[in-house]
Design a protein around this ligand. Structure first.
Ligand code: ACO
Length: 324
């Protein structure tokens, strides 16, 4: 039986750092409000000429290096993004060209902050059916380009970055790689988190609009249910989790999930203080940070979960690396 193993991880953050104090220079906010309500202290911001595909390529190159693969070994590239370089072609094909990964088919997945768990699940399905032996799954965003910088209720929350993983379909010991995943959407909640623009509506890009309190309420309830679901599919319990690698939207949501799963601080990767909410990039960025810090090791059971606009949400259990 083929397993879909996670064998490489990489990430990239743009150089420019925007602190909460920087934001307070041009919008009515302050460091203590932002820190207390969200846990965010700073975020990265891409330069105008720095595109989502540029961030994605930097992360992908590191992920390929850590998996010991070359670009032409890759046969599928999936980019999860809400901030594509252009309306079409897919950012994944631009990444393919910049990487020189010409043996791959490439496409984007749009599920906003849940994009990375959606892309992992799509990759798992394709690879399990024989399409793609070595797949790059990338979450990449220049989310700050979607913000209304005069709206303090949203502009303080987001940042830019990219993270990537290499998945490899291999005959392997059972219980490694992607073990279980679940995806959900409920379009009735479109109006609590959306962008007020688009090709077929306004013809402009638009800006993020959010009823934060409503999103918060749904987040904890739906993520906890999704996590219960994947644990039950895998016939595991929260005690089996080595690392919770959650979507990094707000430290209070992460802490609530940690509490529901009864996990010690040492079992949760938290990067929201310096990354802010990087939407589809947040989980692979956190994953890479955990691996680089020597926390996440081969054989560890990772629990990934995310929710975003749609609403769309999901969770995934992965046993990291290769056996042995
Ligand atoms: N600085 C200072 N004050 C502010 C700011 C700010 N940046 N933003 C809002 N306030 C004020 C409000 O105006 C309000 O003032 P009032 O009481 O005088 O009316 C007060 O602070 C409280 O505002 P709330 O919105 O009720 O604050 P809340 O405690 O709910 O925190 C937050 C807001 C941080 C947005 C929170 O609701 C949250 O994190 N929600 C979840 C967001 C999320 O998870 N998004 C994930 C998906 S994102 C995606 O998919 C793209």
């Amino acid at each position: 039986m083929k397993q879909i193993l996670m064998t490489g991880v990489g990430s990239y953050l743009p150089e420019t750092i925007l602190t909460n104090n920087d934001l307070s220079q041009f919008v009515d906010t302050n460091d203590s409000w932002i820190k207390q309500r969200t846990g965010i202290e700073s975020r990265r911001k891409a330069k105008p000429e720095e595109l989502t595909s540029d961030l994605a390529v930097r992360a992908a190159e590191k992920a390929l290096h850590s998996a010991g693969l070359a670009a032409n070994d890759i046969d599928c590239i999936i980019v999860a993004t809400t901030t594509p370089d252009c309306t079409f072609p897919a950012t994944a094909t631009i990444v393919q060209n910049k990487l020189g990964a010409f043996n791959a088919f490439a496409f984007d997945v749009q599920a906003v902050c849940a994009g990375f768990v959606y892309a992992l699940s799509v990759a798992n399905g394709l690879m399990s059916s024989g399409q793609g032996k070595n797949t790059l799954v990338i979450g990449a965003e220049t989310f700050t380009k979607l913000l209304d910088w005069s709206d303090r209720s949203t502009c303080v929350l987001f940042g830019d970055g990219a993270g990537a993983v290499v998945l490899q379909a291999e005959e392997s010991e059972d219980g490694y790689g992607i073990i279980a995943n679940t995806l959900h959407s409920d379009g009735r909640y479109k109006d609590i988190l959306y962008v007020d623009g688009g090709v077929s509506s306004t013809g402009s890009i638009g800006h993020v609009r959010m009823q934060g309190r409503d999103v918060f309420k749904h987040a904890v309830e739906k993520l906890a249910a999704a996590m219960d679901e994947v644990l039950s599919i895998a016939e595991l319990t929260a005690d089996d989790i080595d690392w919770l690698v959650p979507h990094q939207a707000n430290v209070r949501i992460i802490n609530a999930m940690q509490k529901k799963l009864n996990l010690a601080d040492e079992k949760v990767i938290k990067t929201v203080s310096t990354h802010a909410n990087t939407s589809a990039a947040s989980i692979p960025l956190a994953l890479a940070a955990g691996v680089e810090a020597g926390k996440i090791k081969p054989g560890h059971l990772l629990a990934l979960e995310a929710i975003g606009g749609g609403l769309s949400w999901g969770a995934c259990l992965v046993r990291f690396g290769r056996p042995g």
